[in-house]
Design a protein around this ligand. Structure first.
Ligand SMILES: Cc1cc2nc3c(=O)[nH]c(=O)nc-3n(C[C@H](O)[C@H](O)[C@H](O)COP(=O)(O)OP(=O)(O)OC[C@H]3O[C@@H](n4cnc5c(N)ncnc54)[C@H](O)[C@@H]3O)c2cc1C
Length: 376
C-alpha cells in the first residue's frame, strides 16, 4: 500500500470513487477509516503531515536501532476489551508495563504516590494500613506535594510554584501498596513491530487511499485541499476547530512542548523509560529513554548507545504544535462557539484530541472512533 499518492483527479483518486473523507491520520482518523472500509465504503485519508500516525508517529534511529517516539513517550494501555481486541487485530503488543520514576534533589523515587515513595521520602517502613493515618498529618502531605507535584505542575502549566493550588494534592490518588505500575490498566504494551506498523495495517485496505502533505480546509462552505474542491461526501475531521473556521472567534489556548534528543555513548543512561524531574529549577519536566520500551529486543538493548529526549513545556502560539488544551472557563466557552459552528456544517463529523479540544489517551481515541455513528 502506498502511504503517499499523487494528485487527486476530480472526485476520484486513480479509478476509485470516494464515499467518505477522513481528514487527519492520527489514531482516531485511522480507526474511523478502517471502520468505514470494513463497512464497504471507499475512503480517502488526507493528512497534513508528511506521514500518518499523528502524535504517535515514531522513527527508528538507523545507528542504534532504537524506536524514537517523535512526539513524546506513548504507551498503549486500556481496560476496554473492545479497544484491546480491535488494536490486536493489527499488531501484537510486547507486554511492557510502564513505571515512572521521579528525580527530586538527586534521589530517585517510584511514582505513583504509594508505599515505595512514602517510605523512601520519609525514611519510614509503613505497612499498608498505616498510610492513611500517616498522611492525615497535613505537614506530611504538604511535604510530598511540594517535592513531587508543585514544581512539576508549575512547569507543565507555566505557573509560579506558589500559584499551584494545594487542593490538587487532595485529588491525587494514594496507593497503600508497593504497586509501582504507573497505569491501573491490565492491558499495556508497545507494538512489537513498532507503532508505525499499527497505522500502516489500519490503513491497509483496497478501499482506503492515503494522501499525505494534504491539509484540509473549509472555504466558502466547501472542503478543499490545495486547489481541489473535495467531493460532497461525509468528512471525518480530527484537526483543530478554531483553525477550520479561520480563528474567527480567536485561538483556543494550548500548551506546547519542545523536545531535545541526544544520542549518548552509554548502553543505559537512566535504567528506565521515563524519569520526571519534579523541581521547578530544572527547566525540563521529563527525560525519555526509548530503548527501555522494547526490553524484548535484546540486540538493541545490548548496543553501547542510547537515545534520550528531554521534554520542555512552554506557552503555545499560533504555528506551534498544540499538545495540551488549557482547561478554563474562557477556553470551554470559546470551544463551545466553534463546536456550534461545526454542528451547522452538513456532512461534517469532528473527533480526536484536536477536534474535541481535550486530552485523550490513545485507547480513548480508539474507543470514541469505534463508538462513532457513521454517516450514511
Ligand atoms: C506528550 C504526550 C504524551 C502522550 N502519551 C500517551 C501515552 O503514553 N499513552 C496514551 O494512550 N496516550 C498518550 N498521549 C495521547 C495521544 O497522543 C493521543 O491520544 C492521540 O495522539 C490522539 O490521536 P488523534 O488522532 O486524536 O490526534 P493526533 O495524533 O493529533 O492526530 C491528528 C492528525 O490530524 C492531522 N491534521 C490536523 N489538521 C489537519 C487538517 N486540516 N487536514 C489534514 N490533517 C490534519 C495532524 O497532522 C495529525 O496527524 C500523549 C499525548 C501527549 C501530548
Amino acid at each position: 500500500m502506498a502511504l503517499t499518492m499523487g494528485r487527486m483527479i476530480g472526485y476520484t483518486v486513480g479509478h476509485m470513487t470516494i464515499d467518505a473523507i477522513v481528514a487527519g491520520a492520527g489514531i482516531w482518523g485511522c480507526t474511523v477509516a478502517r471502520r468505514l472500509a470494513d463497512a464497504g465504503r471507499r475512503v480517502l485519508v488526507l493528512e497534513r503531515r508528511a506521514a500518518v500516525g499523528g502524535n504517535v508517529r515514531c522513527e527508528v534511529d538507523a545507528e542504534t536501532g532504537i524506536e524514537v517516539h517523535l512526539y513524546g513517550s506513548h504507551i498503549f494501555h486500556t481496560h476496554v476489551p473492545e479497544v484491546w481486541s480491535f488494536v490486536n487485530r493489527f499488531v501484537q503488543f510486547n507486554g511492557y508495563q510502564h513505571k515512572v520514576l521521579a528525580s527530586y534533589r538527586g534521589r530517585m523515587y517510584f511514582l505513583p504516590f504509594g508505599l515505595a515513595l512514602i517510605n523512601k521520602f520519609f525514611g519510614v517502613e509503613l505497612r499498608p494500613d498505616e498510610v492513611a493515618g500517616f498522611l492525615a498529618d497535613e505537614t506530611r502531605s504538604k511535604a510530598v506535594f511540594d517535592a513531587f507535584f508543585r514544581g512539576y505542575t508549575s512547569k507543565q502549566w507555566g505557573l509560579q510554584p506558589e500559584d499551584v493550588d494545594e487542593s490538587v494534592i487532595r485529588r491525587v490518588p494514594v496507593r497503600s501498596s508497593y504497586d509501582v505500575n504507573y497505569y491501573n490498566d491490565y492491558n499495556q504494551g508497545i507494538p512489537l513491530t513498532g507503532y508505525n506498523s499499527l497505522f500502516e495495517r489500519l490503513l491497509d485496505s483496497p478501499d482506503i487511499s492515503v494522501l499525505c502533505n494534504a491539509a484540509v480546509r473549509l472555504e466558502g462552505g466547501a472542503f478543499k485541499v490545495g486547489g481541489d474542491v473535495l467531493p460532497n461526501v461525509p468528512v471525518y475531521y480530527s484537526g483543530p476547530l478554531d483553525e477550520l473556521f479561520g480563528f474567527k472567534f480567536g485561538a483556543l489556548p494550548w500548551r506546547t512542548l519542545r523536545f531535545e534528543s541526544e544520542r549518548l555513548g552509554v548502553r543505559d543512561f537512566q535504567g528506565t523509560a521515563v524519569v520526571n524531574y519534579t523541581e521547578a529549577e530544572v527547566p525540563f519536566t521529563r527525560i525519555h529513554e526509548f530503548k527501555h520500551y522494547h526490553p524484548e529486543n535484546a540486540e538493541v538493548m545490548s548496543r553501547p548507545k542510547t537515545i534520550v529526549m528531554r521534554e520542555y513545556p512552554s506557552a503555545w502560539k499560533q504555528g506551534d504544535e498544540p499538545y495540551y488544551p488549557v482547561d478554563c472557563a474562557a477556553s470551554r466557552e470559546l470551544f463551545a462557539r466553534y463546536r456550534g459552528e461545526a454542528e451547522a456544517v452538513p456532512n461534517l463529523v469532528v473527533g480526536g484530541r484536536l477536534g474535541g479540544y481535550r486530552y485523550l489517551d490513545m485507547d480513548k481515541s480508539v474507543e470514541a472512533a469505534l463508538k462513532l455513528e457513521l454517516l450514511p
